[in-house]
Design a protein around this ligand. Structure first.
Ligand SMILES: C[S@@+](CC[C@H](N)C(=O)[O-])C[C@H]1O[C@@H](n2cnc3c(N)ncnc32)[C@H](O)[C@@H]1O
Length: 373
């Protein structure tokens, strides 16, 4: 069946409009392709390209030999400059449709395409690799084209281990070394140290750390700019991880409170406080939904939740509080939109800036500035 691709959906798949929408992998806007229907569902179909009749000039040859099979990346066939346009337009489109006229700034590009400082491999009967697209079969690889060189250079050695358990294998690289472990069976006591904007951060295997360190520098700088801090400001860093954002802000305000659910991350945060000689910050290990129990005296808030976004109690805390500024860092557009629509009852959405933390994939990070109405 010959079709023309209308545009890309939020997962980077080509969309063909018709009686039933067809989603086609590895097909770009404007391309004319011969497809085969691989799944026919009641409301939509999935299609696979058999051959390309007219290719887009935005198409590039994917650098990764596993790209067709591996499920890790979705946009490697689109040139990087067009990946950026795609992401920026996606944010504009969703914001416009769901909220209305809001200023969306240009996306901040990533300088590196081999950017990931962390990778999680699946292990099955001593086979180590990634899941194939839409399956749980392992595809074994020698190199991943998203990973930092230091990790790729060590993969062969690490894979020589006989992994006794089918738990995920996590590899992380920092400033000086690589660590690897299967955290579910034996939490490695080792840690990496990385650096962001002049601050050093110690990170344990199970603590969150931004996977694209160079982009994290820009992300945190943007958060800082949005907060426009002065010496009297008291800031809440909610979902603080190992204290990275809070510590970065600490020199420019009176006090920072960091709150995070993962005990290991809070232990790291306290070590990071010492490592950076910061005295005006304290950390609490707490579920964000109980944030009101701390009775904090703060006038500015940064939230950086996981994909699920903010829970009802946290939204109420922000709505009941009297904060001058809220900066919302989000890795999921849909929950960001859901949450800022609720926050609109008290705060004005000033602007949103997308930051490309995850090149070659459809994932989009956004930073949103809200100010008291
Ligand atoms: C996207 S990360 C952000 C971490 C940190 N801001 C950074 O940039 O490194 C989200 C963090 O929220 C934490 N988290 C998840 N659910 C939580 C909850 N219900 N309450 C508090 N923290 C939570 C996770 O452990 C993780 O460290």
């Amino acid at each position: 069946m010959i079709v023309k691709i209308d545009k890309l959906d939020s997962q980077g798949r080509g969309i063909v409009r018709g009686e039933k929408t067809i989603f086609v992998d590895n097909a770009l806007e404007g391309e004319i392709v011969n497809i085969e229907i691989t799944k026919n569902r009641s409301k939509y179909c999935l299609g696979k390209v058999i051959n390309y009749i007219e290719k887009s000039n935005q198409r590039v040859v994917p650098i990764c030999p596993y790209y067709d099979k591996c499920g890790g990346c979705q946009l490697m066939h689109l040139s990087y400059s067009n990946q950026l346009k795609y992401k920026e337009n996606k944010v504009k489109e969703i914001v416009n449709k769901q909220i209305g006229e809001i200023k969306v700034n240009s996306i901040i590009p990533s300088e590196e395409l081999f950017y990931r400082n962390k990778v999680t491999f699946h292990v099955q009967n001593n086979k180590v690799g990634f899941f194939q697209k839409q399956s749980q079969n392992i595809i074994e690889i020698e190199k991943c084209y998203l990973l930092k060189k230091e990790i790729n250079d060590n993969l062969k050695n690490i894979f020589q281990n006989k992994f006794q358990n089918d738990y995920p294998l996590v590899i992380r690289s920092g400033l000086d070394k690589i660590i690897y472990c299967q955290p579910d069976i034996d939490i490695n006591k080792d840690y990496i140290i990385d650096e962001i904007n002049g601050f050093k951060f110690l990170i344990s295997p199970t603590s969150f750390f931004q996977v694209n360190t160079n982009q994290a520098k820009k992300l945190y700088q943007l958060v800082k700019n949005y907060l426009s801090l002065n010496d009297n400001d008291k800031v809440l860093d909610l979902y603080c991880g190992t204290g990275t954002i809070g510590i970065t802000l600490s020199k420019n305000c009176q006090y920072v409170y960091g709150v995070e659910i993962n005990k290991q991350a809070i232990d790291d945060a306290n070590k990071n406080k010492q490592l950076n000689n910061v005295s005006n910050i304290s950390f609490s290990c707490l579920d964000a939904k109980n944030i009101d129990t701390l009775n904090l005296d703060v006038n500015k808030v940064v939230v950086d939740p996981p994909r699920a976004g903010l829970d009802k109690n946290t939204i109420n805390y922000l709505l009941n509080g009297n904060f001058d500024t809220i900066v919302y860092v989000s890795c999921d557009m849909m929950t960001l939109i859901r949450d800022i629509k609720l926050l609109q009852n008290k705060y004005i959405i000033k602007e949103i800036t997308p930051v490309d933390m995850f090149p070659q994939t459809y994932h989009i990070e956004c930073v949103c500035l809200l100010e008291k109405n």
